[in-house]
Design a protein around this ligand. Structure first.
Ligand code: UDX
Ligand code: UDX
Length: 454
C-alpha cells in the first residue's frame, strides 16, 4: 500500500489530501501539522476551515485511509511520498522584506524530513514557491549520509477557495514537474498514477521542475492582472458614464480574451495573489530584470489603489465626513463561500474607515471570528444578522459577494437606516435600480451612481 504524508493541514493540504484519500482507497493518506488545535479540528465535525462539500469528503475516508495526526517524525519515517504544504508567507524582516517568500518553515521541514528518513522518498512541493526552491530542498536533503534517495517534484495546486472540492475533483489540469533523469521520470510516473485514479490522462501535464514552479506563479499573476486591468477600466467608467459590466461582457465575448475573471470589484484578496506576484517581482529583481519586476508590481499597486478609491468615493458621497457615522460592511471574507479573510479588501477598507473615525459594523455568515482576529479593534461591532447590522447605519458597503445578500428585504433595511441612506456595492452584487427605487443612494463599481441627491 502506498503511503502518502502531507505536512501542513491548511486550506491547501487538508482539502487536497481528503480528495486523494476519497479517490484512492488503496493509498494511505496521513496529514500532519505542528498545530495540535488544527489537527483536533480536522478530527472533529467542526473542520478548521469552511469549504462547501469538504466535511462530506473528509467523513467518507476519515479513519479508513485518511488520518490526521501531530506525529510529524513518525509520519515522515513511514511515508513513500511526502507533500509539503506548509505556509510560505511574505517576509516581514531583513532582505526582501515585504516581497520575498519567508522560507524558514520550508527549510525546517526539509531538515526534519532528512533526519527522520530511513527509506527512499518522493518529496512533493505543494506550497507555491519561488522558482528554484526545489534546488535548495535537494541540497538539504542530499546533505545526509547518502543512504536514502530523495526525488523532489513540483506539483502546484490550482484550487480556488470556496470551490476547492469541485476544483480538486475536476481540475483543469494537474501539473507535475520533475527532473529529466531516470529517477525523476519514475517519480513523476508514480505521482501521476495517483491522480490518474480520477483525472483523465490528457489533463495530467508533466514539465521540468522550474517550469512547474514558474507556471504556478505565472497563473496567479495573470489571473490577478485581469482583475487589476478591469478595475483600472472601472475607474474610467465611473468618470465617463460607461458601464464596466457592459464593457466586461463586450470584451469577454472575444474568444481571445475570454469571459472569466473580468468582474470589477473593490479589489482582489486572498492569501495567494499578492504574495505570489511579489515573489515574482523579487525573483525578477534578483535576476536584474527590473523592467519586468516593475511591470508586475503595478498589478498590486492598481489593486491597492482600487480599495483607496472605493473609500474616497464613500467619503465624498457622504458629504466629506464619516466621523461617528455607523457604516456596515456586508461581508468580510476575501470572496464568497469561505471564512478566509487573508488579504481581504474588507480589511484595508475597515482600517481606512476607522482612521476616518467611522463606527464600523461587520456582518458575515462565515468570517466573523477571523475578522475579529485580524482587526483586533474594540471600536468595531461584529453582528451575525445583517438586518441588525444595518439598523441605524448611514451606509452599507458590500465587501463580499455572498449570494444571500441579494435576497435580503432591502425595504426593511432602508426603513431601519439613517437617511439619506447609502449603499456602496464593492462587488456589483445587488440590483441597483431596485435599491434606488426603494430610496437608497447607490454607488456601484465602474458605473454611474444612482442618487436622490441634488
Ligand atoms: C499553502 C501554501 O503554504 C502556500 O505557499 C500556498 O501559496 C497556498 O497553500 P495554505 O494551505 O493556505 O497555504 O496555508 P495555511 O492554511 O496557513 O496552512 C499551512 C499549515 O502548515 C498550517 O496549518 C501550519 O500550522 C502548518 N505548518 C506550518 C506546519 O505544519 N509546519 C510548519 O513548520 C509550518
Ligand atoms: C487563487 C487562484 O484562482 C487559484 O488558482 C490559486 O490556486 C490560488 O489563488 P483564490 O485566491 O482562492 O484562488 O480565489 P479566486 O477565486 O482566484 O479569487 C481571488 C480574489 O479575486 C478574490 O478576492 C475575488 O473576489 C477576486 N476576484 C476574482 C475579482 O475581484 N474579480 C474576478 O473576476 C475574479
Amino acid at each position: 500500500m502506498t503511503k502518502i504524508l502531507c505536512i501542513g493541514a491548511g486550506y491547501v493540504g487538508g482539502p487536497t489530501m481528503a480528495v486523494i484519500a476519497q479517490n484512492c482507497p488503496d493509498v494511505q493518506v496521513t496529514v500532519v501539522d505542528i498545530n495540535p488545535d488544527r489537527i483536533a479540528a480536522w478530527k472533529s465535525d467542526t473542520l478548521p476551515i469552511y469549504e462547501p462539500g469538504l466535511l462530506e469528503v473528509v467523513q467518507s475516508s476519515r479513519g479508513r485511509n485518511l488520518i490526521f495526526s501531530t506525529e510529524v517524525d513518525q509520519g515522515i519515517a513511514d511515508a513513500d511520498i511526502i507533500f509539503v504544504s506548509v505556509n510560505t508567507p511574505t517576509k516581514t524582516f531583513g532582505r526582501g522584506a515585504g516581497c520575498a517568500a519567508d522560507l524558514q518553515y520550508w527549510e525546517k521541514t526539509a531538515r526534519q524530513i532528512l533526519e527522520n528518513s530511513t527509506s527512499d522518498k518522493i518529496v512533493v512541493e505543494k506550497s507555491t514557491l519561488p522558482v528554484r526552491t526545489a534546488r535548495a530542498m535537494e541540497r538539504i536533503l542530499h546533505s545526509g549520509d547518502g543512504n536514502v534517495h530523495f526525488e523532489v517534484l513540483s506539483n502546484p495546486e490550482f484550487l480556488a477557495e470556496g470551490t476547492a472540492i469541485t476544483d480538486l475533483m475536476d481540475p483543469d489540469r494537474i501539473l507535475i514537474g520533475g527532473h529529466e533523469t531516470e529517477t525523476g521520470q519514475a517519480a513523476i510516473e508514480k505521482l501521476a498514477s495517483i491522480y490518474a485514479q480520477w483525472v483523465p490522462p490528457e489533463k495530467i501535464l508533466t514539465t521540468n521542475v522550474w517550469s512547474s514552479e514558474l507556471s504556478k506563479l505565472t497563473a496567479n499573476a495573470f489571473l490577478a492582472q485581469r482583475i487589476s486591468s478591469i478595475n483600472s477600466i472601472a475607474s474610467v467608467c465611473e468618470a465617463t458614464e460607461a458601464n464596466v459590466d457592459e464593457v466586461s461582457r463586450a470584451i469577454g465575448m472575444d474568444s481571445r480574451i475570454g469571459a472569466k475573471f473580468l468582474r470589477a470589484s473593490v479589489g482582489f484578496g486572498g492569501s495567494c495573489f499578492k504574495k505570489d506576484i511579489l515573489n515574482l517581482v523579487y525573483l525578477c529583481e534578483t535576476y536584474g530584470l527590473d523592467e519586468v519586476a516593475d511591470y508586475w508590481r503595478q498589478v498590486v499597486a492598481m489593486n491597492s489603489y482600487q480599495g483607496e478609491r472605493f473609500v474616497n468615493r464613500m467619503i465624498s458621497a457622504m458629504f466629506n465626513t464619516i466621523v461617528g457615522k455607523r457604516i456596515t460592511l456586508f461581508g468580510f471574507a476575501f470572496k464568497a463561500d469561505t471564512g478566509d479573510t487573508r488579504e481581504s479588501p474588507a480589511l484595508t477598507v475597515s482600517r481606512q474607515l476607522l482612521a476616518e473615525r467611522a463606527d464600523v459594523v461587520i456582518t458575515d455568515p462565515q468570517a466573523l471570528v477571523n475578522a475579529a482576529k485580524d482587526l483586533n479593534e474594540d471600536a468595531v461591532t461584529y453582528e451575525q444578522d445583517p438586518y441588525e447590522a444595518a439598523k441605524g447605519a448611514h451606509a452599507i458597503a458590500v465587501m463580499t459577494e455572498w449570494q444571500q445578500y441579494r435576497d435580503l428585504d432591502f425595504v426593511r433595511i432602508h426603513d431601519s437606516m439613517v437617511k439619506p441612506a447609502f449603499i456602496f456595492d464593492g462587488r456589483n452584487l445587488l440590483n441597483h435600480k431596485e435599491l434606488h427605487e426603494i430610496g437608497f443612494n447607490v454607488y456601484p463599481i465602474g458605473k454611474a451612481a444612482l442618487t436622490h441627491l441634488e
